[in-house]
Ligand binder design. Structure first.
Ligand SMILES: [Mg+2]
Length: 313
C-alpha cells in the first residue's frame, strides 16, 4: 500500500469538526474560527532521518528543512504563517549540541518570517531522529488560493528551477512566502500548489482538484543546474527533463492564472523578483491528463513523481 492508497483509506472515517472550510486534500486545512476577516490555515509535516535527510546532516539544515516544508504549504495558500509547535523524537543517546543546532536552524527561519515557536514535545524514538512541525497561519478570505480553481485555457506558471533537489537544495530552500504574497495581491491566481512530490505528481493533484488536464511545453520547463548535471541520487540515470518533471522536494510554486493575464504577471514579477525565475510552462486543458508538447508533436505523460512507501505490502 502506498501513501496515496493509505490516505484514501483513512479519509472517509475522519472526525469532522465545525468551521472546516477546506479539509484534507489541499496544502493546508482552511478553518473559520470566528476571527473577522481572516481564515486560519493549519498544517503539519515531519522530516525523518534516512528519508528526508541523511544521518550526519548539519543540524541547522535539518531544522531549517523541518519548518520550511510547512511554510511552503502556507505559501501555496497565499497565507501568512504565524505560530508553530515542534515535536522532536530523539534516539536514546543523542547529542544535546546537535539538538541545539536543529533549533538554531528552526529559530533562524522562524525569525525571518515572524513565526513564533510556541511549544512542542520531546519524546524518544530508539531508531532514528524525527522532527514534526505543526504550523498555523492566516489568510484573508479574498486572497485564499486553493488547488481547485484552475480552468481550461489558464496559463500554468512555475517558480524557480526544477529537478535534482536532493543534491542539496532540499535542505536549504527558501519557502516562497514573499512571492506568494505578491502573487495574491497582483495576479488573479485561480489555483496554486507547492511542489513537494515532483512537478508531474503535484500538477496532477492540482488538475484533479480542478477537474482539468494540462499541456506542457517541454522546452519551457525550467531545468535546474542539478537536473542538467544529472548527478543527484534521485536524478541518477534520468534525462534532465524527466528529472525536472518527477524529482521531489523542489518546494517551488505551481499556479494557474487566466491566459489574458499571463504577460502582465510575468512582467510584474521580473521587476519585483529579478533573481527568481518565473516560467510559463503550458496551459490547462479541458481534456484530462498531462500531455507534453515538443517540436515532434504532443504525447501523453504518465510517469509520476515520488510516492512515499510505494513498496508492495
Ligand atoms: Mg504542499
Amino acid at each position: 500500500m502506498n501513501e496515496v492508497e493509505l490516505i484514501a483509506r483513512l479519509l472517509p472515517s475522519l472526525a469532522r469538526g465545525a468551521g472546516v472550510l477546506t479539509g484534507p486534500g489541499d496544502d493546508c486545512a482552511v478553518l473559520d474560527v470566528g476571527i473577522p476577516g481572516k481564515r486560519l490555515l493549519f498544517k503539519t509535516d515531519a522530516v525523518v532521518e534516512g528519508i528526508h535527510f541523511e544521518k550526519g546532516t548539519a543540524g541547522e539544515r535539518v531544522g531549517h528543512k523541518a519548518l520550511a516544508r510547512c511554510l511552503s504549504d502556507v505559501a501555496a495558500m497565499a497565507g501568512t504563517p504565524t505560530h508553530a509547535v515542534v515535536t522532536l523524537a530523539l534516539p536514546e543517546r543523542f547529542d544535546p549540541e546537535y539538538v541545539d543546532a536543529i533549533y538554531s536552524g528552526l529559530n533562524r527561519l522562524a525569525n525571518r518570517y515572524d513565526v513564533g515557536i510556541v511549544g512542542g514535545e520531546t519524546t524518544a524514538n530508539p531508531e532514528r531522529l524525527l522532527i514534526s512541525v505543526a504550523l498555523i497561519g492566516t489568510v484573508a478570505p479574498e486572497r485564499l488560493v486553493l488547488r481547485s480553481g484552475a480552468a481550461s485555457g489558464d496559463a500554468l506558471f512555475v517558480t524557480g528551477e526544477l529537478g535534482g533537489s536532493m543534491e542539496g537544495k532540499h535542505l536549504d530552500f527558501e519557502p516562497r512566502l514573499r512571492e506568494a504574497q505578491w502573487l495574491a495581491h497582483h495576479a488573479p491566481i485561480r489555483a496554486m500548489i507547492d511542489l513537494s512530490d515532483g512537478l508531474a505528481s503535484d500538477l496532477r493533484h492540482l488538475l484533479g482538484q480542478s477537474g482539468c488536464g494540462a499541456e506542457l511545453l517541454t522546452s519551457a520547463v525550467p531545468l535546474s543546474p542539478a537536473a542538467r548535471r544529472n548527478t543527484a541520487r534521485e536524478s541518477a540515470r534520468k534525462p534532465p527533463l524527466l528529472a525536472a518533471l518527477t524529482d521531489g522536494e523542489d518546494f517551488e510554486l505551481l499556479f494557474a492564472v487566466p491566459a489574458r493575464d499571463a504577460v502582465r504577471v510575468l512582467d510584474g514579477w521580473k521587476k519585483v523578483f529579478p533573481e527568481v525565475r518565473l516560467s510559463c510552462i503550458g496551459k490547462v486543458t479541458a481534456q484530462p491528463g498531462i500531455f507534453l508538447r515538443d517540436k515532434d508533436g504532443t504525447r501523453p505523460f504518465t510517469a509520476h513523481g515520488y510516492v512515499h512507501f510505494s513498496k508492495p505490502g
